[in-house]
Design a protein around this ligand. Structure first.
Ligand code: GLA
Length: 347
């Protein structure tokens, strides 16, 4: 039987209580999500022998989340990924945002993005599914963004071991919105080595080449003949040495976005665990944990370079400065909506 329980996960420095929701599916999966950052803290799924393991990098205590970490399991917003030089113009007004990415660009919503705020939560369960609905009110001007934004993120665990994440938002002034989840996966189990032997397929014939500071040039290029080509299942480590630092690249999904479609499929050969990612978004950032350096020890062990991979479903980076790309501008009266499903099996 599916079930959900709520437990205390500590207090913020100002005293607010943080809660963690533990969702268990009838299919044997367990997801843990907490109100600080609407963060996925743990995700336990079965392997081909029926053994369960936690497949996302994370911590078992709030202190380590507060001490600083590279978005492990975080909900990222108001705009995930980079905005060049921390500036954009909208309807003739220029906005200036924090340059929190090496002092050059704006990254993942700024100094205090949606990953570092306390969300309100309530259980959202049905017979076959168990879930949590998180809401956050982001006031006009927060982190430099225009408009009061009401944001909702619903995590649902289904009986067939799908973790569904549904995002929505409304605003009272035009504003860019690009929400995603920044979980680092290791299908062999968090902390149990690197992910270079995982086989990855990405349903994208094209990607957005970027400069050395990871701002897209504005071109869209074919993956064919490059180390970015994952159109057929390919071991992540096979060509990673040809990509300086490792993969940190946005793919242009073949689906074009707008409808739920398969974006990626990953398999760990050791455990047989398979994750399929479906999304309504047009883009997918593949990030191979290039900046993990062994300085964090979390669930399952110490997190070294390439110990996790992220598949961040999103609009293309710096879209606010690339009018030719799918817009991330939300206007009053419209509703931002994004659905991503991670489906777990083993074979
Ligand atoms: C994203 C970015 C990376 C890095 C990580 C966080 O995935 O694309 O460049 O900033 O977040 O460390």
């Amino acid at each position: 039987m599916a079930k959900a329980i709520v437990e205390s996960f500590g207090r913020l420095p100002a005293g607010e209580a943080v809660e963690q929701y533990v969702l268990t599916s009838a299919g044997g999966a367990v997801a843990k999500v907490m109100t600080y950052g609407a963060t996925l803290t743990q995700l336990h799924v079965l392997d081909k022998k029926g053994q369960s393991a936690n497949v996302v990098l994370g911590f078992d205590n709030l202190q380590q989340y507060l001490a600083g970490h590279p978005y492990l399991g975080s909900t990222v917003g108001r705009v995930a990924n980079r905005i060049a030089n921390g500036t954009f113009s909208l309807d003739g007004v220029t906005y200036t945002l924090a340059r929190n990415d090496n002092g050059i660009h704006h990254l993942h919503g700024g100094r205090k993005g949606f990953d570092k705020v306390l969300w309100k939560a309530e259980l959202a369960a049905t017979k076959r599914e168990v879930g949590v609905k998180f809401t956050y009110f982001s006031p006009d001007g927060e982190e430099g963004y225009p408009g009061n934004l009401d944001a909702t993120v619903i995590y649902t665990l289904t009986d067939t071991n799908e973790l569904k994440i549904e995002y929505s938002a409304t605003t009272d002034k035009p504003t860019p919105v690009n929400l995603t989840n920044h979980s680092y996966f290791n299908l062999a189990g968090a902390g149990r080595g690197d992910i270079l032997d995982h086989e990855l397929m990405i349903a994208a014939d094209r990607y957005t080449p970027a400069d050395e500071t990871l701002i897209p040039t504005g071109q869209i290029a074919a993956v064919r003949g490059t180390p970015m080509d994952f159109t057929a299942p390919t071991v992540i480590g096979l060509r990673i040495a040809q990509v300086p630092g490792g993969y940190d690249v946005n793919y242009v999904l073949n689906s074009g976005g707008g409808k739920l479609a398969l974006a990626a499929r990953v398999r760990d050969p050791k455990s047989g665990r398979v994750m399929e990612v479906l999304t309504t978004e047009p883009g997918l950032q593949l990030y191979t944990g290039n900046f993990l350096d062994g300085s964090l020890t979390g669930l399952g062990g110490t997190y070294r370079k390439h110990y996790g991979f992220c598949l961040e479903t999103q609009h293309f980076p710096d879209s606010v400065n690339k009018p030719q790309w799918p817009t991330m501008i939300l206007r009053p009266g419209q509703r931002y909506s994004h659905v991503t499903v991670q489906k777990f099996t083993a074979m």
